[in-house]
Design a protein around this ligand. Structure first.
Ligand code: ATP
Length: 350
């Protein structure tokens, strides 16, 4: 199912301002789309408007080109999956999954077949006779998904579905959930405040801030080419170096306290303009690369995290967050030569 939001705004009352502020986006059929952002940015409000659980104050919701803004939830062909699994405690797994087809008055044989298909997909057919309180959190979440699939949903709306699971299971379920949605070929809209979840699972992400979309794109676009400081900060660690664009044509260069930093794109900034250079900590290289700026940096702090060293290095007056691959332990006071290549620098307009 194709989803389109046209100029959606929502206010909960005159005192509260806009929870969602003029959001427009289009989600093609079969896409796993993420609404990501900090607490209170409006992502749950937007999801509830999609589900028909909340009415927008302005704008339209289109499903396959059809305006469903005034349709009740049960007419939209969507299914919500929450962090609390909302399974019926007195029903078995089988009965829970058959619930949707039963409400649609499907014949008994059809109900059983749809439930079996859905339970097979989530690998829960063996536990069909159990009750929800005899299942682990991950298993309950699988049953909740099976219930949505058996009901024939065209669009899955997921509100922080993994946040009640422990860290290890959450990690495993990310891959599993993505695979399941992709295999089923349905459109899914997934709300989370966890940037790693969004980056690792999404086809595309809309990062929201204060009711608006700060940036929309593929995970790597947002992480590698953030549009502004909010996006860069929200998606991971970053160094922000202020400077002036001295050359806006190839080779692009920014005058900074670290020296002339190269960049792959100047993001529309004009020569002479004040800009901020964003460098992810893992973008510092330990060996030379074409057009890379070499930097002398002194190790001031060093933390071992298994797959990398997290360093704090001083270069002149500037403190830099640096991540280096595992190797011999850097010593405090060591002077490193770090290299910054053009594709490691994103220019943000001030
Ligand atoms: P969280 O991750 O904490 O759930 P969110 O991004 O999903 O946050 P929303 O729940 O959509 O954010 O809330 C957006 C804004 O609307 C917030 O400022 C919130 O306080 C406000 N809000 C949400 N529900 C109501 C309500 N029923 N009445 C008044 N204000 C509300």
């Amino acid at each position: 199912m194709n989803i389109e939001l046209q100029n959606i705004s929502k206010t909960y009352g005159r005192q509260t301002g806009l929870a969602v502020n003029d959001v427009s986006l289009a989600i093609p059929s079969g896409e796993l789309f993420f609404l990501l952002g900090p607490s209170g940015c409006g992502k749950t409000t937007l999801l509830r408007i999609l589900a028909g659980l909340l009415e927008a104050s302005a704008g339209r919701v289109l499903f396959d080109g059809r305006d469903v803004s005034a349709s009740p939830p049960e007419r939209r062909g969507t299914a919500m999956v929450f962090q609390s699994y909302a399974l019926w405690p007195h029903m078995t797994v089988q009965q829970n999954v058959e619930f949707g087809p039963r409400m649609q008055h499907a014949p008994a044989a059809d109900r059983r077949r749809r439930a079996k298909d859905a339970l097979d997909r989530v690998r829960m057919a063996d536990l069909a006779s159990r009750r929800p309180n005899q299942l682990s959190g991950g298993q309950q979440q699988r049953v909740a998904l099976a219930r949505a699939l058996a009901a024939g949903t065209q669009c899955l709306l997921l509100d922080e579905p993994l946040s009640n699971l422990d860290a290890r299971l959450r990690l495993a379920m990310r891959t599993e959930l993505r695979q399941l949605v992709k295999d089923a070929g349905i459109t899914a809209v997934y709300v989370t405040h966890d940037q790693v979840e969004a980056l690792s699972m999404a086809d595309r992400v809309a990062l929201m801030n204060a009711g608006r979309i700060a940036q929309l794109g593929r995970p790597a676009d947002l992480y590698e080419r953030p549009a502004d400081r909010f996006v860069a900060d929200f998606l991971g660690e970053a160094n922000f170096i202020r400077g002036h664009l001295v050359s806006s044509a190839d080779p692009i260069a920014v005058d900074t306290p670290l020296g002339q930093l190269p960049a792959a794109s100047c993001a529309g900034a004009l020569q002479g303009q004040a800009v901020t250079c964003c460098i992810r900590p893992e973008r510092f290289l330990l060996s030379p690369a074409p057009q890379a700026l070499p930097l002398q940096a002194t190790v001031a702090q060093c933390t071992y995290v298994g797959e990398a060293w997290h360093l704090l290095c001083r270069s002149g007056e500037t403190l830099l967050k640096v991540k280096t691959p595992p190797g011999p332990m850097p010593q405090l006071g060591d002077v490193l030569t770090l290299y910054v290549a053009p594709d490691g620098v994103t220019i943000l307009k001030d």
